[in-house]
Design a protein around this ligand. Structure first.
Ligand code: SAH
Length: 491
C-alpha cells in the first residue's frame, strides 16, 4: 500500500491515542476520527513496518456507538480524542484496557480479574469538568486576535473560546482579554518570531468555592492599561485573583517562573473532601476535582484507617492524598521529588491545622530505603536518635537542607499508598515496600500498563490483589486512572 491508497475497513478497537484500529491485508492501521464499530473508507497517510496510519475518507456504515461530537472543533482540536464515541462505550473501552493489561502484563487469571475488577467510575455529566484551561492567544488568517487550542500535533491556534470540557466563564474572560488587546493595540505573541506580548491566558476555578483565577502570560514585564483590564475582569462572578506571569523565553513551556499579582489574592482556594487547598498559578492541582474526590475517596476506603495507622504516601505531589488520609491516620509521611510541591503540601497541611503529616523532598526509591535501613542512602544521611528510637534525616537535595525527624514506626507502616507518574514505581521502591511489610498497599495509577507490571511484582512477593477500580478522570480521552487494593498474604 502507498500513500493515498484507499481501502474499506471495519474498526475493531481504539488505540490509547484515540484512533480507530482496523486490519487490512494483514496490516494494522490507526485511523484518526474513526470509532470502534464503524465501517469506513480510509486512505493511507503513512506506512511503517508492520502497521500504517490512515485518514477517514468516508463513513460507510456508522458504528452504533457513534455520536455527534458536541464540540464544533472536536476534530481539529488536540484535546478530546473520542468525543464521537458514546460515553458508555468510552467507559467500556477503558475497562477493557485495564482488564487486558491485568491479564496480559499482570499475568492474572481471567476469572480472577473479573472477580477483582469493578466497573469504571464515570461522570454523570462528562462535560464542563476541567477546573483549569490554558488558552493560547494568536492571530487568524485575517489578522484577528483569537483564543483557542493548539490543533492535534501542531502549534496552530484552532479558534474556540468555549471549550465544552472547560468552565462556562472561560468565554467571557477571554472576550474581555481580547477586546482589551484590540483597544490597546496589544499583539499576541508569535512563536516563529518571538515578537508580540500576550502568550496564553490561564484560568482556574475552585469548583467548591466558586473562586476564579486569571493569569495572563506575557512576553514582557507589563501590560498596557492593566488597571482597566482588571476592572473588567473583576466584574465576573467569583473573580478572586488576577495576575501576570512573565515568560520571555522562546520555549514551548507555557509558564515562566515569575508571577505578579495585580488584583485580589495571589491564590484561589478549593476543597477536596474537607481539606482546603491554596492554588496559585504555578501550583499543581488535579484538573477534574469531582472525579479526584471519588478516586481519593476509594483510596481512603481501601486504606481502611481507624486512626492508629502509620501511612506512607509516595509520589505525594502537593499532599492531596496525604492530607485526605491524615484525618483518619496516626501519622502520614509524604514523599515527592518536586521541592515546590512539598512546599505547597506543607502549607496545605498548615492551613488545615493538620499536624500528623510530615513531607519530604526526594525520590521515593531513595527516601523509603533510607527510612527502612536507617543509614545514609542516595543524598540522605541519618543518625539514630536513641531517646525516641527514631531516625533523623538530614536532607540535601536540590540545595535544600532541612531536618526532618521521623519516628521508628515509619519502618513498619500499616499502609503504603503510591500514586506514581506514568512510568510506575522504581523496582527499588517496590522492593523496600515489600521489606516493610505493610498490611495494605493502595496503588493509584494513571497508566494501567506499568500498574500491571508493578502488581505482578508485588503479587510474586507475598501480596495479593484484592480490588481494582478504574476512575474516569479525563472524559473523551483514552486515559484511565485506576485505584487498587493489594493486601499482604498472611498464613
Ligand atoms: N497524588 C499527587 C499526584 C501524584 S502525580 C497529588 O494528588 O497531588 C505523581 C507525582 O510523582 C508528581 O508530583 C511527580 O513530581 C512525582 N514524582 C515523579 N517521580 C518521583 C520519584 N521518583 N519519587 C517521588 N516522587 C516522584
Amino acid at each position: 500500500m502507498n500513500k493515498n491508497d484507499e481501502f474499506i475497513v471495519e474498526i475493531e478497537d481504539m488505540s490509547v491515542e484515540g484512533a480507530g484500529i482496523g486490519h487490512f491485508e494483514g496490516m494494522t492501521y490507526f485511523i484518526k476520527d474513526a470509532v470502534v464499530g464503524d465501517k469506513i473508507k480510509a486512505a493511507v497517510t503513512k506506512m511503517k513496518k508492520g502497521y500504517g496510519f490512515a485518514r477517514l475518507v468516508e463513513v460507510i456504515e456508522p458504528s452504533q456507538y457513534r455520536v455527534k461530537a458536541r464540540c464544533p472543533v472536536a476534530k481539529q482540536c488536540g484535546g478530546c480524542q473520542v468525543q464521537s464515541l458514546s460515553y458508555e462505550k468510552q467507559l467500556e473501552l477503558k475497562h477493557r484496557k485495564v482488564r487486558e493489561n491485568l491479564i496480559r502484563i499482570g499475568g492474572f487469571d481471567v476469572d480472577f480479574v473479573d472477580e477483582v475488577m469493578n466497573p469504571v467510575v464515570g461522570m454523570d455529566e462528562p462535560f464542563r469538568y476541567r477546573n483549569k484551561a490554558q488558552y493560547p492567544i494568536g492571530l487568524d488568517r485575517d489578522g484577528n486576535i483569537i483564543a483557542g487550542f493548539y490543533g492535534a500535533r501542531s502549534h496552530n491556534v484552532v479558534p474556540i473560546d468555549d471549550c465544552l470540557i472547560g468552565i462556562q466563564e472561560n468565554k467571557d474572560i477571554l472576550q474581555i482579554v481580547i477586546s482589551h488587546m484590540k483597544k490597546y493595540n496589544i499583539m499576541p505573541y508569535e512563536e516563529a518570531t518571538g515578537k508580540g506580548l500576550v502568550r496564553h491566558v490561564l484560568i482556574r476555578k475552585g469548583f467548591k468555592t466558586g473562586e476564579i483565577m486569571v493569569c495572563i502570560i506575557i512576553n514582557g514585564n507589563n501590560m498596557p492599561g492593566i488597571n482597566e483590564l482588571t476592572k473588567a475582569l473583576s466584574s465576573i462572578e467569583g473573580m478572586t485573583s488576577v495576575s501576570l506571569n512573565i515568560n520571555k523565553e522562546r520555549t514551548n513551556r507555557i509558564l515562566g517562573e515569575k508571577v505578579k499579582t495585580i488584583w485580589g489574592q495571589p491564590y484561589i482556594t478549593d476543597y477536596i473532601g474537607d481539606v482546603a487547598f491554596q492554588i496559585s498559578p504555578l501550583s499543581f492541582y488535579q484538573v477534574n476535582p469531582v472525579q479526584t474526590e471519588k478516586l481519593y475517596g476509594l483510596a481512603l476506603e481501601y486504606a481502611n484507617l481507624t486512626g492508629n495507622e502509620v501511612v506512607w504516601d509516595l509520589y505525594c505531589g502537593i499532599g492531596t492524598i496525604s492530607l485526605f488520609l491524615a484525618q483518619k491516620a496516626k501519622q502520614v509521611y509524604g514523599v515527592e521529588i518536586v521541592p515546590d510541591a512539598i512546599e505547597d503540601a506543607k502549607r496545605n497541611a498548615s492551613i488545615n491545622n493538620i499536624e500528623n503529616a510530615t513531607f519530604m523532598v526526594g525520590k521515593a526509591e531513595e527516601v523509603l530505603p533510607a527510612a527502612y535501613d536507617g543509614h545514609s542512602n542516595g543524598g540522605f544521611a541519618s543518625q539514630s536518635d536513641s531517646k525516641s528510637g527514631g531516625v533523623e534525616f538530614i536532607r540535601n537535595i536540590h540545595q535544600l537542607n532541612e531536618r526532618v525527624t521521623i519516628d521508628a514506626t515509619s519502618k513498619t507502616p500499616d499502609v503504603i499508598v503510591v500514586d506514581p507518574p506514568r512510568k510506575g514505581c522504581d523496582e527499588k521502591c517496590l522492593e523496600t515496600m515489600i521489606q516493610m511489610q505493610p498490611n495494605r498497599i493502595v496503588y493509584v495509577s494513571c497508566d494501567s500498563a506499568t500498574l500491571c507490571r508493578d502488581l505482578k511484582y508485588l503479587c510474586a512477593n507475598g501480596y495479593e490483589l484484592k480490588t481494582v477500580t478504574p476512575v474516569d478522570q479525563f472524559c473523551h480521552s483514552m486515559h484511565v486512572e485506576s485505584v487498587c487494593l493489594i493486601e499482604r498474604v498472611t498464613e
